[in-house]
Design a binder for this molecule. Structure first.
Ligand code: PLP
Length: 415
């Protein structure tokens, strides 16, 4: 049995046997040429052809008729809420585990985010806890397809429909994912995506709303384009949209060109990600106490923004997560990307509690979220690019598992 590197043994990974990171975001000459063409054309914004082409193809890919491209995936959520009539004093139900944008978008429109606990398996909003969170003030529900899983859309939509509450899907982590044969984002009234630097599709910054509802599509467009419907120029006569405070949240043609190119490569990319994730899941299933974040119940293909291992059973239960990470690091394997943690603990909601008002459904914490976040480690999606990475991760975890007596001793030392 090889001794752990943390205790003076040889590093498991040396030389070129390292976890390879594909440099993200992707770049290529063909896209650079297309960017040059747009640059020379002078059609840089204002509903340019490049934007329209991307909006249409992206929406269609996910099973929606309309796409409305914006500056980022927070403004898309904000506009989605406004378009659905959500405002001051209303409540918006969000999962406790997500990036803070999902919840802060509700605050931006004057509503109160209400946090619901997550499932221990998928880490997504727990449908079993959703109904109890609904009040007469609930104006929208925002499930998040988080990291490498999809929220249970069937169960969530069934509850939402029974109460006549619209659903906005936050798909910032789920580009190209399909639930039960149709693209994410097209199941709820509106789907919202982010194209920020680290995302599976990225233009540095950017976001899009997709929808099948023409009225919502028009509202969303007007919200991001200072009140004008698509195709109308500033100054052209149009009745001001009633009660809507509109913005300039326009993206540019440059971003659209980059994203359009990435959309073409997306099916191949997430196929590779899924195959490698399945391979890893199979390889580590004999290690007691570690499991992978379960993909969505009807997810196929499952897309990945990141992938996570949960060390919450058997022998690992008493080992702090940071120590597992450190032991792997000492072996030469960088494993560090935890989860966001419970959103209601984020500074934005606590520096100025009065302004960052929120409610936690059914109590003052979401115990599943807090527990599971404390046991989770992972990697960003691009690590899934290489099959060799899966072998390295599996092998190093097997080495750790074979040395659990030493790991427990180390844990004692650090207590
Ligand atoms: C789940 C989720 N929703 C929304 C957003 C907001 O996207 P953006 O950073 O483009 O505003 C993010 C960004 O990381 C996210 O992870």
């Amino acid at each position: 049995m090889a001794q752990l590197a943390s205790l003076g043994g040889n590093k498991f990974v040396s030389g070129n046997r390292m976890v390879k990171e594909f440099s993200w975001p992707p770049r290529d000459e063909q896209t650079a040429e297309l960017l040059k063409e747009v640059y020379m054309s002078g059609k840089w914004s204002f509903n340019s052809e490049a934007e329209q082409a991307f909006e249409n193809d992206f929406a269609q890919y996910h099973g929606a008729k309309y796409g409305i491209f914006m500056v980022n995936g927070t403004t898309t959520l904000e506009c989605a809420l406004t378009a659905l009539g959500c405002g001051k004093g209303d409540e918006v139900i969000v999962p406790a585990l997500t990036w803070m944008a999902t919840a802060i978008a509700a605050s931006y429109v004057g509503a109160i985010p209400v946090f619901v606990d997550v499932e221990p398996t998928t880490l997504c909003m727990d449908p079993a806890k959703l109904e109890a969170a609904i009040t007469p003030r609930t104006k929208a529900i925002i499930p998040v397809h988080v990291y490498g899983s999809m929220a249970d859309l069937d169960k969530i939509l069934q509850i939402a429909d029974a109460h006549n509450i619209p659903v906005i899907e936050d798909c910032a982590h789920m580009h190209g994912g399909f639930w039960n044969g149709r693209g994410v984002g097209s199941w709820g009234k509106i789907g919202s995506f982010s194209f920020q630097q680290s995302k599976t599709m990225s233009s540095g910054e950017g976001g899009i709303c997709i929808t099948n509802d023409p009225e919502l599509a028009d509202k969303l467009y007007r919200l991001k384009h200072i009140g004008y419907s698509r195709g109308l120029a500033q100054g052209q006569a149009q009745k001001a949209p009633e009660g809507l405070l509109c913005h300039n949240y326009r993206g540019t043609a440059f971003q659209a060109v980059i994203l359009h190119q990435q959309l073409k490569a997306l099916p191949g990319l997430i196929k590779t990600y899924s195959e490698n994730m399945n391979y890893l899941t199979e390889k580590i299933k004999d290690i007691p106490g570690v499991r992978v974040q379960s993909p969505g119940r009807l997810a196929s293909p499952q897309a990945y923004y990141s992938f996570h291992l949960i060390f919450d059973g058997g022998e690992f239960n008493d080992i702090p997560r940071w120590l597992i990470s450190k032991i792997c690091y000492d072996e030469g394997v960088n494993i560090g990307n935890g989860t966001h943690g419970a959103v209601y603990k984020h500074n934005l909601f606590n520096l100025n509690r009065e302004k960052g008002e929120y409610r936690i459904a059914g109590g003052d914490s979401c115990p599943v979220c807090e527990t599971v976040c404390g046991r989770t480690l992972g990697w960003f999606h691009q690590t899934l690019m290489y099959r060799e990475n899966m072998d390295i991760i599996s092998d190093v975890l097997h080495k750790v598992a074979e040395n659990m007596d030493e790991v427990r001793e180390l844990a004692k030392d650090w207590k």
